[in-house]
Design a protein around this ligand. Structure first.
Ligand code: ADP
Length: 598
């Protein structure tokens, strides 16, 4: 890790933090303390320069009034020095602010993604991916800005105001006292509007998140949109979303404008009062003209910070709304303490015995999906899972993979309870071909290589050949290096499935989970792949969820699931003879296929 990189752990793992959002943000900001030290040094120099400029204006005016030529020459040199310093300080001020803001945005982005990658499946069931996306994009942007310019200005303004006020007192205290009462009034304005702005800001971000999720659905499902002629419907829906965002933004605009106007009114009135009173004191000989000019310049620093503070406070509140949304993710309970390594293919665990002992499970809605499921699979066996749709077959795969925790009972792999095993180790046992093929944007090579990080080109090609994907890949001009498009849009269902099979073959884990792995293939391709899979299944424990007769018939044992329970188990012949659910399913579902296959 580089010296300036930060720890990715947010420190709050799994328990909603009691600290305020600001305190949590402070924790993140503190990791970049060195940059802030630089910013504070620049700020101190800037404040000194601003005060120096007021002094300079007083000196040069009084010198002109008194016609002191020698002092005038000295003041020209001092003026040049002030200019030079001011340009330098300005550069570093802007540079460091954008640096700290970009670095913190980067820190937060990777921290949030790192956390997201460790969140359990149940969290993703509840949250739309598009909505989660906005937390990494627009929320992240808002926070970055706030932690750079906004934060520094919020700190600088009151400090500058205090120093300017002290200087004002030294010039002519009665005038300073009168004006000094007015500036801080704007703080009250900020307090009144701040909360409303923050809540509104959070609402805007929530709406942006929802509409982004909606957009993502519509854009990636554009074929269905066209086929079902949903354009009008979705256009109306998006207009409604967009209108609600606009209404919220308009409200924020109104709140901001009112707040700014109130602060500005207070600022301007203090100026007018200062001018009128100042002129009166000059007429009465209590102040020089130079002192009045310095006074007005300094007053600018006493009132402007407060005036500007209201706007800054508003954008800080907005950013805190965004921070709330990011911390909501960062405080979710994670399933991994660190990112797992790809850990398949352990030679010493080739032969895996799998036992299910009184397994029970329900999703968050509390409904029991799997009840008291017990069976043992000997190492190297091929097991077929059949049953009506919704019986819980895929859910069982998810439990095996540790995507969800069983509510009762145990799963044991080679005698060891999976609950006492790290998730990395547990998932290392399995190679999955999911029901819904999911590929990532990138090339064929990259997608197959997702099966195993250290795979060689030969191994990738061998996996593609076994999955009968080699021929169609090689027909493309760029072969393995062809881009597959977003989630494989450029491929047919069967082609995608073959890539998913190649990926699983390459992973080469001891237990193979095939969830309708050949459902999208035609009979011929299925037959070819089946023989490849069978080679792979030897010496490996395999679970197959399939409707196709050919696969199921060859299984060492068929487990028939119904309503989350084991209804029957046995070989094809035994189950047919038993004339139970399997036999009924067989006659209903597999008969036609059996006839097709002859
Ligand atoms: P099968 O693979 O046997 O067709 P599944 O295991 O996919 O069945 O689903 C079993 C039941 O679990 C279904 O009724 C489905 O609605 C429900 N289910 C699946 N996934 C979830 C989820 N993430 N949250 C809530 N219910 C779910």
């Amino acid at each position: 890790m580089k010296a300036n990189s930060v720890s990715l752990d947010h420190g709050v793992r799994g328990h909603p933090a009691k600290n305020s959002t600001a305190a949590k943000l402070a924790g993140i900001v503190s990791r970049r303390w060195l940059s802030y030290v630089g910013l504070f040094v620049v700020m101190a120099l800037g404040i000194g320069l601003d005060l120096g400029l007021a002094w300079y204006m007083m000196q040069i005016t009084d010198t002109a009034v008194l016609k002191e030529k020698k002092a005038f020459i000295d003041l020209i040199v001092i003026g040049l020095c002030i200019l030079l310093l001011s340009v330098t300080v300005n550069f570093f001020d802007s540079y460091l602010k954008s640096k700290v803001s970009n670095t913190l945005r980067n820190d937060l982005r990777i921290m949030t993604f790192h956390h997201m990658l460790r969140l359990p499946s149940s969290y993703f069931d509840k949250s739309h991916s598009g909505e989660l996306l906005t937390r990494l994009t627009s929320d992240n942007q808002a926070i970055g800005q706030a932690l750079g310019n906004t934060l520094m200005m919020l700190i600088r303004s009151p400090v500058m105001a205090v120093f300017s006020f002290i200087y004002l007192l030294s010039i002519y205290w009665p005038l300073a006292v009168v004006c000094g009462f007015i500036g801080p009034l704007t703080l009250l304005v900020g307090k009144v509007f701040g909360k409303a702005l923050r809540e509104n800001g959070k609402n805007v971000q929530d709406l942006v998140g929802k509409s982004t999720g909606f957009l993502q659905d519509v854009l990636s499902g554009n074929a269905v949109v066209k086929a079902f002629q949903l354009e009008q419907k979705f256009y109306g829906k998006y207009k409604a979303y967009s209108g609600r965002i606009l209404a919220r933004e308009t409200k924020a605009g109104t709140l901001n404008a009112t707040m700014q106007a109130a602060s500005n009114g207070i600022g301007v009135s203090s100026f007018i009062i200062a001018f009128v009173l100042g002129a009166y004191f000059v007429i009465n000989g209590k102040m020089t003209i130079g002192a009045l000019i310095a006074f007005i310049q300094l007053l600018n620093h006493v009132t402007w910070p407060f005036t500007g503070l209201a706007g800054l406070w508003g954008s800080l509140q907005n950013a805190l709304g965004s921070a709330d949304r990011i911390f909501e993710v960062l405080e979710q309970r994670v399933e991994h303490t660190r990112l797992p390594e790809s850990a398949a293919n352990k030679e010493d665990e080739r032969f895996v015995t799998l036992e299910l002992d009184g397994l029970g499970f329900g999703y968050d809605d509390g409904k029991k999906m799997i009840e008291n499921l017990s069976f043992t699979v000997e190492a190297g066996q091929m097991i077929a899972l059949v049953g009506p749709s919704g019986a819980g077959k895929t859910t069982l795969f998810k439990l095996l993979l540790g995507l969800y925790r069983p509510t009762s009972g145990q799963i044991r792999l080679n005698g060891q309870a999976t609950a006492s095993m790290g998730l990395d180790r547990l998932r290392g046992f399995f190679s999955l071909v999911p029901q819904e093929t999911y590929l990532f944007s990138g090339t064929f090579r990259e997608n197959i290589a997702d099966g195993r990080a250290d795979a060689t080109d030969e191994e990738i090609l061998a996996a593609a050949k076994h999955a009968h994907a080699y021929d169609f890949i090689m027909k493309l001009p760029e072969g393995l290096d062809t881009e597959i498009g977003e989630r494989g849009v450029k491929l047919s269902g069967g082609q995608k499935q073959r890539i998913a099979i190649a990926r699983a073959l390459l992973r080469n884990a001891p237990v193979l989970l095939l969830d309708e792995a050949t459902a999208a293939l035609d009979n011929k391709s299925e037959h070819l792949i089946q023989s490849a899979l069978e080679k792979l299944m030897t010496g490996r424990t395999t679970f197959v969820i399939a409707h196709r007769l050919s696969t199921v018939q060859r299984a060492d044992r068929i487990l028939v699931m119904d309503n989350g329970q084991l209804a029957e188990s046995g070989t094809h012949d035994e189950l047919l003879a038993a004339k139970g659910l399997y036999s009924r399913l067989y006659h209903m579902q597999f008969k036609t296929q059996a006839e097709e296959l002859g």
